[in-house]
Design a protein around this ligand. Structure first.
Ligand code: PHB
Length: 394
C-alpha cells in the first residue's frame, strides 16, 4: 500500500535532516569510490608545498590510473592556507564527517599535521603525512603513516659529515618551531659527540622573518660553519642574505638540510648556492632511471616547475595508498589499511624506501649533496649516502 503523499514527504524530510545532522551513516558500497581528502597549502607563504603535492598526486594518477582494486580513487583537495592549525583541523573534520573521505592526506607543516591527528584517531581514518617532518608526528595517532621524511633523519648525516670534514666550530640557525627544534637538537648532539663545538644557537621567526640581525651575529662570532634549517620556500632569502652580508667572504661555510636548497627554488637561487653542501632524501638530480622518468613527466605537465622533495613525499604517499588497497582487496577500513601499509617497501624515485612497521615512519637513504651548475641551472648533486636510515628521533 502506498503511503499518503504527505507522510511520504515527511519521512523523506526526516531522513534528510538526520543525514544532515550526521545521525544516519550514509551506506558506502564496495564499488563506490575511495575518497581521499588532500589538505595542503595552495595559498599563503607555503603555497609552493601545496602546488608540488597537487602536481605529484596528478602525476601519479596519470601514470597509474585512477582505479585500484576495482575502486576509483577520488581526491578532494582542500587549501588550508598553511598557517592556521584550527583551519586544518576543521577541514579534516568536515572531510571525514560531511564528505565521507576514507583517507586523509597532505599536511604541509608540523603544527597543521598535529592539529589533524586527533581527527584521524577519532574517525579511525588513515592519515598519510606527505610533508610535515617533526619526529613526533606519527606518535600522535595510530592512524598516521609518513611518506616524507623527518628533520632528525636528514640532519644527523650532515652533522656527521661536518665532523668527518674536520669542521671544529659551528652555529645553528633554525626556524623557531617543531622541525627547527628537532634539527637544532640533533645537529648539536651529533656534532658535539664528534668533537665539534656549537658556539651559538639561533632561532629565527617562521613568519615574516628578517634574517639580517641573526646573520650579523653569526658574522661577528665567525664560526667555521653555519648549519641552517628553514622550511621549503625560505631558503632563497637566507642564501641571498648570507652572501650579501659577507658571511661567505668572511670564510664562514654554509651547511644545511636540503629544505634550504629545495628544487622548487633552485632555479631562482642559482649561482648563489654553488658549492654548498647539504643532506637530504631527494634531489631532482638523483641519478636513477625511475627519477629521470619522474622529472621528465613532472616537468612536461608543469611548465617551469621542477619536482621537489614534497612532491616525492606525495607521489610515494599515493603509491602507498594504491598498494595497500591492492592488499586489502579495495577495502579502505582504517585499521586494515594502516596494517597493510606497515612494512611496505618499494623503489621510490628517491631510492629504496620502506615503512617501519612499529613507528609507521619512512626508512630511506639520506644523501650528501653539493650544488653544481648544469646547463639548465643549479642542482644538488649527490656524492655520498647513508643507506636505509631510520628516523633517529630527538
Ligand atoms: C614542517 O613544518 O614540518 C616542515 C615544513 C617544510 C619543511 C620541513 C618541515 O621543508
Amino acid at each position: 500500500m502506498t503511503k499518503p503523499i504527505n507522510t511520504q514527504r515527511r519521512t523523506l524530510i526526516a531522513a534528510g535532516a538526520a543525514a544532515l545532522a550526521g545521525a544516519v551513516p550514509l551506506r558506502v558500497f564496495a564499488t563506490d569510490p575511495v575518497r581521499v581528502g588532500l589538505i595542503i597549502p595552495m595559498s599563503g607563504p607555503f603555497a609552493s608545498t601545496g602546488k608540488q603535492i597537487e602536481a605529484a598526486v596528478k602525476a601519479y594518477q596519470k601514470k597509474n590510473g585512477d582505479t585500484v582494486a576495482g575502486r576509483k580513487i577520488e581526491v578532494l583537495l582542500k587549501d588550508d592556507g598553511g598557517v592556521s592549525p584550527e583551519v586544518t583541523k576543521r577541514l579534516a573534520q568536515e572531510l571525514v564527517s560531511r564528505d565521507k573521505v576514507q583517507v586523509l592526506a597532505g599536511f604541509g607543516l608540523t603544527p597543521l599535521a598535529l592539529a589533524a591527528a586527533p581527527v584521524a584517531t577519532q574517525a579511525k581514518t588513515p592519515m598519510i603525512v606527505m610533508a610535515a617532518a617533526t619526529s613526533i608526528i606519527p606518535q600522535r595517532s595510530p592512524f598516521i603513516v609518513r611518506t616524507g621524511f623527518t628533520l632528525a633523519q636528514v640532519t644527523a648525516p650532515i652533522a656527521d659529515w661536518a665532523v668527518k670534514t674536520k669542521i671544529k666550530s659551528a652555529i645553528t640557525f633554525v626556524s623557531d618551531y617543531g622541525p627547527g627544534y628537532d634539527a637544532e637538537k640533533v645537529f648539536i648532539k651529533r656534532f658535539t659527540e664528534g668533537g665539534g663545538k656549537v658556539v651559538d644557537s639561533l632561532r629565527v621567526p617562521l613568519r615574516n622573518p628578517d634574517y639580517a640581525p641573526f646573520l650579523q651575529r653569526v658574522k661577528d662570532a665567525k664560526p667555521e660553519a653555519l648549519f641552517v634549517f628553514v622550511p621549503s620556500g625560505e631558503g632563497a632569502a637566507v642564501l641571498k642574505q648570507f652572501n650579501e652580508r659577507g658571511l661567505a667572504a668572511a670564510g664562514i661555510r654554509l651547511i644545511c638540510t636540503g629544505d634550504v636548497l629545495d628544487d622548487d627554488l633552485m632555479p631562482s637561487i642559482g649561482q648563489a648556492a654553488a658549492g654548498v653542501i647539504s643532506s637530504h632524501h631527494y634531489s631532482a638530480a638523483h641519478p636513477s632511471a625511475e627519477n629521470k622518468a619522474y622529472v621528465n613527466a613532472f616537468s612536461k605537465d608543469n611548465a617551469n616547475m621542477r619536482p621537489n622533495f614534497h612532491s616525492v613525499g606525495a607521489y610515494d604517499g599515493m603509491h602507498l595508498l594504491y598498494e595497500a588497497l591492492k592488499k586489502t582487496g579495495g577495502d579502505p577500513a582504517g585499521e586494515k589499511l594502516v596494517e597493510a601499509m606497515k612494512g611496505m617497501a618499494w623503489t621510490s624515485v628517491r631510492g629504496p624506501v620502506s615503512i617501519d612497521s612499529s613507528t609507521r615512519d619512512i626508512v630511506q637513504n639520506v644523501y650528501i649533496r653539493k650544488v653544481e651548475m648544469k646547463a639548465d641551472g643549479a642542482y644538488n648533486v649527490e656524492f655520498d649516502q647513508v643507506e636505509k636510515f631510520k628516523d633517529p628521533g630527538v
